[in-house]
Design a protein around this ligand. Structure first.
Ligand code: UDP
Length: 472
């Protein structure tokens, strides 16, 4: 192909309909626009509306005239249909997404191609949980890249899953990592990815969602490359294993730090607000009046649902620890209760949705009680805030294991939820975590800082990705 025939790169980014997925892929969109690549960002109608309503997406992307546009397609349910997981009509509808969205995606790409005012799509970057988009790309002879929004450790655990025996002892060694024999690090059965904590009453649903995640992990290899929001030096043993099965892997994380650097460099004052709920910034003012490292920040992300009794144990443990706390009480956090209150007293502050990156970067925050979602974990490590991990489902049990046992930047409290353990763990982490935790959090935050500047591994992988996207 000569220079005249070369098409301008136009990437269609298609996230899975969930907060954490949209957040990472929108940040990638911003980085690509910074590199002069045209991006079309595709959401479900429902999430598209919420993005416009609650985020600063319009003003953020107005900086890239002609380079960014949105599109949306149906998730198959009417707009007013209840969406218990916040984003999908039903989490189990993940299984039906393929047949619902595939024809809409195909039509959209063909319509863009036939529109004389628009340049054709040259690459689809799809969520690695929606690999039907790779099939659409192949059919239309367009390049595709899979973006999986989980850690490399978890991605690798999914790749290993079919080899496990159905062993009932949850504390037995289930998986050791090639090359890490010296560290004596391994995953127990309870550390493996799964959904049984999320659907305790229905093992059939938990098994079928797990099966889908495993299948999609293998299917991602049909794309020309895989993108992970991780850092080479943090997860090299896992990445080495993934590379034996995937032709090209780009590790370009942490994306939120990457974007922040670019904004600082271009004197852009906007912050990374990709949430699907309205942020309550009053907690930043409250934090301003607290002493340094005196507050425990508590948030369980966008999907986790607690029972009333779990909420009560966590709350009592926290209050009994004697520390101040900032708690995110997202609508729907407690099962069956839309809006019951947490009593805060003088030491606590509650919001429905916080500007989390800014909260974690605040000098008053000393620890994070988290469900170990990958975004929250990356944001906490980048801000050098140690974690108290209470994982719930999917990739979270894997992440809390590496956080506690490998990276040593937190304590894994999985499968335990009683007030005395919570109290003791909060005291331990707020008290410095035995000294080692302070050192590890500082070292990893430094590693993150170096990875996203010129000369760093994520920086250079991102440049390679841009080259790849421009060479069509
Ligand atoms: N988040 C936020 N405000 C909140 C709670 C969460 O902005 O009050 C953001 C958080 O910064 C993170 C995302 O929501 O980027 C949650 O993603 P994660 O992968 O941690 O968990 P998920 O929601 O996917 O379970």
């Amino acid at each position: 192909m000569n220079m005249e025939e070369k098409r301008a790169p136009h990437v269609l980014i298609f996230p899975f309909p969930g907060q954490g997925h949209i957040h990472q892929m929108l940040t990638l969109a911003e980085l690509l626009c910074h590199s002069s690549i045209e991006v079309t960002f595709l959401n479900t109608h429902h999430n598209h509306k919420r993005l416009l309503q609650f985020t600063n997406i319009q003003s953020r992307f107005a900086r890239f005239p002609g380079l960014f546009q949105h599109e949306s397609i149906s998730d198959g349910a009417p707009e007013d249909h209840p969406r218990p997981s916040g984003f999908l009509p039903d989490l189990t509808d993940v299984m039906k997404m393929n047949s619902i969205m595939s024809p809409h995606l195909r039509n959209l790409i063909l319509n863009i191609r036939d529109d004389p005012g628009r340049s054709p799509v040259t690459c689809i970057i799809c969520d690695g949980l929606m690999t039907f988009a790779i099939d659409v790309a192949n059919e239309l002879r367009i390049k595709s890249i899979a973006f999986r929004t989980i850690s490399a450790s978890c991605f690798w655990a999914y790749l290993c899953y079919p080899h496990f025996q159905d062993d009932k002892d949850l504390d037995e060694k289930a998986l050791s990592v090639p090359g890490m024999e010296k560290e004596n690090f391994f995953f127990r059965r309870r550390d493996l990815p799964g959904f049984s904590r999320q659907f305790p009453e229905n093992p059939l649903i938990s098994d079928s969602v797990l099966e889908l995640c495993i299948k999609e992990t293998f299917n991602s290899a049909r794309a020309s490359a895989l993108i992970l929001n991780t850092i080479e030096d943090l997860e090299s043993p896992f990445l080495a294993q993934i590379r034996t099965k995937f032709q090209k892997v780009y590790s370009i994380g942490p994306l939120h730090s990457f974007a922040k650097n670019l904004r600082t460099a271009t004197k852009d004052q906007t912050h990374n607000h990709n949430g699907l709920w309205e942020e309550d910034r009053s907690c930043l003012t409250w934090l301003d009046s607290q002493p340094p490292k005196s507050v425990v920040y508590v948030s369980f992300g966008s999907i986790t649902v607690l029972t009333r009794s779990q909420l009560s144990e966590l709350w009592h443990g926290l209050v009994n620890s004697g520390y101040r706390f900032l708690w995110v009480r997202r609508p729907g956090l407690v099962s069956g209760e839309e809006d019951s209150d947490i009593i805060t007293g003088e030491r606590g502050f509650v919001v429905k949705w916080a500007p989390q990156e800014e909260v974690l970067g605040h000098r008053a925050v000393g620890a994070f009680v988290t469900h170990s979602g990958w975004n929250s974990t990356l944001e906490s490590m980048a801000a050098a805030v140690p974690m108290i991990c209470w994982p719930n489902s999917a990739d979270q049990p894997v992440i809390s294991r590496v956080v506690g046992e490998l990276w040593k930047v937190g304590v894994d409290m999985k499968d335990v939820c009683d007030r005395s353990t919570v109290e003791e763990t909060v005291r331990y982490v707020m008290g410095g975590g035995g000294g080692e935790m302070g050192r590890s959090t500082a070292e990893i935050a430094d590693l993150f800082r170096k990875s996203v500047v010129e000369g760093g591994s994520s920086y250079s992988d991102f440049q390679d990705l841009v080259k790849d996207l421009k060479s069509n």
